[in-house]
Design a protein around this ligand. Structure first.
Ligand code: LMR
Length: 397
């Protein structure tokens, strides 16, 4: 059965982590996978998470199954993050949320649900997009298409081309939009541009599918969700795959969600019953612990405050490292202006490094960067910044 199978290619992001772990160079730096690191290079457990876990250890009474869509408390917490605690949309039952294994699980559940009801729909993705999007949507059987997004010349958004392409997307197709902290570029539309995108969505009649993996890493929890509020205010249908894995530092607990926004509570309830069938036939129901942590934190005003403080600390450290990288390259006399790195949002920076430069940095200096030049800025620390800047300046000379 298995003798003639040739190996699959390594994953472009997680495969780098495997290679990094096997590297014996003591100076090695992993700027690949989107995982936060503190100034010492560790991925810490947030203090609010530790406190929530202590409470759970005391209060948890059973390891019985969760419902197919996960706990109601977690769903309520996610809806509060996406739309605000006193959202009218939530109050009238126009949103239903399932706890999924990470944001990726949310994408896949959504993809299979949509394939069932829109078998001929294409999904339009930004060029470029997260390396795994094509795999997730493609393996659910959806046809893939792309719209222009990043302009290599200006190192910003090619908004005109993006909007023109979105106007031409047929009604009934699906458009994948990164809510904030675009992965891999770090380049986001402005609020005014989001407003225009929402207008186009309403006029053209395509379904927005939001990927919201980095809430709170842009400006703040509230500011980062603005695009969703704009689409909600227009009364549009849309779906959201979101993640609490990054902003709560719960990577290995796989804490995500799939939320469906419909025109009425009745429509949402019927559609969501099929989301539950998709989940039941995939993984039956979610693991409980990660969602229970988030629920415990968001249900406590004190722990929520602590979480927001810790999230701000992560966001601020990443921003500071953007500055350190730009200044470090300038000091080393690099010709290219890297100022754009400070204008990008979230964990990632599209560094502008060529694939050759990326390969050389890995082979010669044990610096791991995703092909295409995406850097996880959170992987830069005061301890490795000089080594990194020397190495990048070296490949650019
Ligand atoms: C990333 O883009 O690095 C993260 O979303 C982690 C992953 O699964 O690829």
């Amino acid at each position: 059965m298995f003798n003639d199978i040739s190996p699959a290619p390594a994953d472009p992001i997680l495969g780098l982590t495997e290679a990094f772990k096997a590297d014996t160079n003591p100076n090695k730096i992993n700027l690949g996978v989107g995982v936060y690191k503190d100034a010492s290079g560790a991925t810490p457990i947030l203090s609010c998470v530790k406190k929530a876990e202590a409470t759970l250890l005391e209060t948890e009474k059973t390891k019985g199954y969760l419902p197919i869509n996960g706990s109601a408390g977690y769903a309520k917490g996610v809806q509060g993050l996406l739309f605000g605690a006193d959202s009218g949309l939530v109050a009238v039952g126009r949103v239903a949320t399932a706890h999924t294994p990470g944001g990726t699980g949310g994408l896949r559940v959504g993809a299979e649900f949509l394939k069932k009801f829109r078998p001929d729909a294409k999904i339009w993705m930004s060029n470029p997009t997260w390396a795994n999007h094509k795999g997730v949507f493609g393996s659910a059987g959806l046809e893939l298409a792309s719209y222009p997004y990043y302009c290599a010349e200006t190192r910003g958004l090619d908004f005109e081309a993006m909007l023109a392409a979105l106007k031409a997307v047929p009604a009934g197709d699906i458009v994948l939009l990164h809510v904030t902290c675009h992965n891999p570029t770090g380049v986001d539309p402005t609020v005014e541009q989001w407003q225009q995108i929402a207008e186009v969505a309403g006029e053209a009649g395509w379904l927005p599918f939001f990927d919201f993996a980095y809430q709170g890493f842009g400006v703040s929890v509230e500011e980062d969700r603005k695009p969703l509020e704009l689409f909600a205010a227009k009364g549009l249908e849309f779906v959201v795959a979101s993640s609490c894995s990054k902003n709560f530092g719960l990577y290995n607990e796989r804490v995500g969600g799939f939320s469906l926004v419909g025109h009425s509570a009745e429509a949402v309830s019927a559609a969501f019953s099929h989301v539950k069938s998709v989940i039941r036939t995939n993984y039956s129901n979610p693991a409980s612990h990660g969602g229970a942590i988030v629920d415990t934190i968001l249900a406590s005003a004190e722990l929520t405050q602590e979480w927001l403080g810790e999230l701000a600390e992560m966001r601020d450290r990443i921003k500071a490292m953007r500055g350190v990288l730009v200044a470090g390259l300038q000091q080393r006399g690099v010709d290219m202006d890297f100022g754009f790195i400070e204008r990008q949002n979230g964990m990632f920076s599209f560094s502008g490094l060529s694939d050759e430069a990326v390969a050389t940095l890995q082979a010669d200096q044990a610096i791991y960067i995703v092909k295409g030049g995406r850097i996880n800025v959170a992987g830069i620390t005061p301890g490795n910044a000089d080594y990194l800047c020397d190495a990048i300046a070296g490949v650019l000379k």
